[in-house]
Design a protein around this ligand. Sequence first.
Ligand code: 5AD
Length: 355
Amino acid sequence: MIETILNYPLSRDRLIDLLSSSGEEEKALFDYSTATKLKNVGNEVYLRGLIELSNICDKDCFYCGIRKSNNNITRFTLKYEEVIESVKYAYEKGYGSIVIQSGERSSRSFSDKIDKIIRESKKITNNNIGITLSCGEQSEETYLRWFESGADRYLLRIETSSEELYKKLHPKDTLHNYTNRRNALELLRKTGYQLGTGVMIGLPFQTTEMLADDLIFMRDLNIDMCGMGPYIEHTKTPLYKFREQLPITTVRLGLALKMISLLRILMPDINIAATTALKVLDQKATEKAIAIGANVIMPNITPLFYRKEYLLYENRSEPLFSFEDELALLEKRLETISHRIGYNKQGNSKHYTKN
Ligand code: 5AD
């Protein structure tokens, strides 16, 4: 039944229906996206070692634990040497790529530091490691500088494609601006990066219509990669007071999985990450997301000491064991869904290399 429907370009109405699907219909959707995924990107999962460079942030997003106004956390920035150690570690362990993520900062010294990290990371790995940046909105000059130093990809979530909802979540309009963020994505593409964006799923005030529009937004932007996950409430943020309006955990997880599944059908050859926030809702969420559409995992390789301060949301699951054990466990989990890790592969977006 689903095949016939999916033979046509998926309309907005159909996306809305499918986002609300359950039971047999939901299963048929997942079966279809599973097949689409295997046909286009196979059963290999690419690793990105996530390095959380700094939790200092100029922005004040209403949902985020490292927002500027949160005085309950200790701010940190990793030392250059600590980052390079993490990169070496990742490379030795067979991570084909790293992600440098940070709160948004615009000082020259900060962009210099990232520049130096990019150059050194490429140098010590003979250009063999892929580098994704997730460092917020920057000037065109900075995007270009980092790209020319060797960064391959840039991840900047639009957070929601609904301008109305965006304004509710980011009310300080001197700091946050939907049009600027949208334009930043265009600039990043123009610079030459593999372009990634994403949204949060299950936010207060968010409707299935908005989520369907998010999918259409990503398709129309012709992105190369996507990282999207459920919204997880954080007590020390203004959005927390709306927690009663949230969809219950199972519904939120289901919505996130259906978003991944539908995006895979809409954009068969892009890279889609099974994001960390999924794991907060369900221990098996990573496998579930990989099985029905995702093909990238981002294990955290930030030095353990700093991790407790980089809480975008609460109840984040942290490994109590070593990083090595984490990969071994991941391998076992992936085996249960007949997937394997693509060790030593950068895993660039097929969508990008093709175009
Ligand atoms: N729940 C889920 N995701 C969040 N992010 C920030 N705060 C939260 C939260 N409370 C996401 C944003 C941001 C990314 C780095 O983390 O989408 O782009």
